[in-house]
Design a protein around this ligand. Structure first.
Ligand code: NDP
Length: 318
């Protein structure tokens, strides 16, 4: 029998890479989607019969219960979330419903199966808010400062409780930023890489950005999803920070992205005060030592290589 996995958020960046990774390892993969089964899902094309999609509302406990029971997975990867900080500020109620209730319904549905599956939850560094400790690790206090971070903090605590009080094999991956050519359009890496390609092609003249001095710990999504899987193969369930441990500024990103297409970013970038965030955590940098020690997971992709790849992929699409 093939191992079976259920992935929520399967159409997104991480979900689609994880589906490919698992299918290559002979898994039967089930995916939860929230809207029409007929919606084109570019990143899932070509995965064939090893992939089965199911439509369900994560906020509906009956629907989630029925889906989990019918798929009967050995592993659940809960990656679906309203994952954009600005969208979460605009609609905090819906963000909490999707991110927290969805996690609760899945954990409960999983716990009721005769063979309880292992459970991975995609948490985020944003649960740490403005930490006094640098870098952050699994022991850093959870003190979110925005709605997205708050919703993920609550989900993270649910997962811990289901592990510690109810004995489930449940893992929080505390994820620092990770990117790829499949990264969503609203994120700064994608915005910059696509703009560099579009300006080079003559389709765009300028790029408006907020704080150019903002720094992030940016890794490669294709390495992160391997860590998700490794965390569910470990002898014991625990939380893990997945991060590179390296900080880069937006300005540094601009140098690399525009440099990849022989442009000087200073001639094209306009700082727009309206794009400055008031609830943006700074200095989030992760210490992935526990994942390295327990799982053998290490982020290897050089930042410049990742950004250049994103620019070339955007150029090929333009
Ligand atoms: P994406 O935004 O690319 O993918 C999220 C997916 O979740 C999308 O396919 C989306 O579906 C789906 N989704 C959102 N809400 C729901 C819902 N209510 N019901 C069903 N599906 C839903 O995110 P990533 O792949 O980049 O991230 C995966 C997870 O990791 C997310 O939970 C994110 O918060 C977390 N994370 C990611 C980081 C990163 O840097 N990438 C950093 C820290 C945490 P649709 O296609 O319909 O929109």
């Amino acid at each position: 029998m093939k191992p079976r996995a259920l992935i929520t958020g399967i159409g997104g960046q991480d979900g689609s890479y994880l589906a490919e990774f698992l299918i290559a390892r002979n898994y039967e993969v089930h995916g939860l989607v929230r809207d029409s089964m007929n919606k084109p899902r570019l990143h899932l094309a070509g995965l064939g019969e090893a992939l089965t999609l199911h439509r369900a509302d994560l906020g509906d406990s009956n629907a989630v219960g029925a889906l989990v029971a019918s798929a009967a997975p050995q592993e659940i990867y809960h990656l679906a979330a309203q994952s954009h900080v600005a969208d979460a500020e605009r609609d905090p109620t819906d963000t909490l419903r999707q991110n927290v209730l969805g996690t609760l319904n899945l954990l409960e549905a999983a716990r009721r199966l005769p063979v309880v599956p292992r459970f991975f939850h995609a948490s985020t560094a944003q649960i740490f808010g403005q930490p006094s400790q640098q870098p952050q690790d699994e022991t850093t206090p959870i003190r979110p400062i925005n709605r997205y971070g708050q919703s993920k903090a609550l989900s993270t605590e649910l997962v811990r409780t289901w592990r510690e009080a109810f004995g489930m094999f449940a893992v929080n991956g505390i994820l620092f930023n990770h990117e790829s050519p499949r990264r969503g359009l609203g994120f700064v890496t994608t915005k910059i890489c696509r703009a560099a390609a579009a300006i080079r092609a003559g389709h765009q003249q300028e790029l408006k950005l907020g704080n150019l001095a903002a720094v992030r710990d940016w890794g490669d999504a294709r390495e992160f999803i391997v860590g998700f899987w490794q965390s569910l193969q470990a002898p014991q369930a625990a939380d893990y920070v997945f991060a590179t441990g390296q900080l880069h500024s937006v300005e540094n990103l601009l140098e690399i992205a525009f440099g990849a297409v022989q442009l000087d970013w200073r001639k094209h970038v306009v700082v727009d005060q309206n794009l400055l965030r008031t609830t943006d955590p700074n200095q989030l940098v992760g210490n992935p030592a526990k994942a390295a020690r327990d799982l053998g997971w290490v982020a290897r992709k050089p930042f410049a290589e990742l950004i250049r790849e994103m620019v070339y992929a955007a150029g090929a699409e333009a």
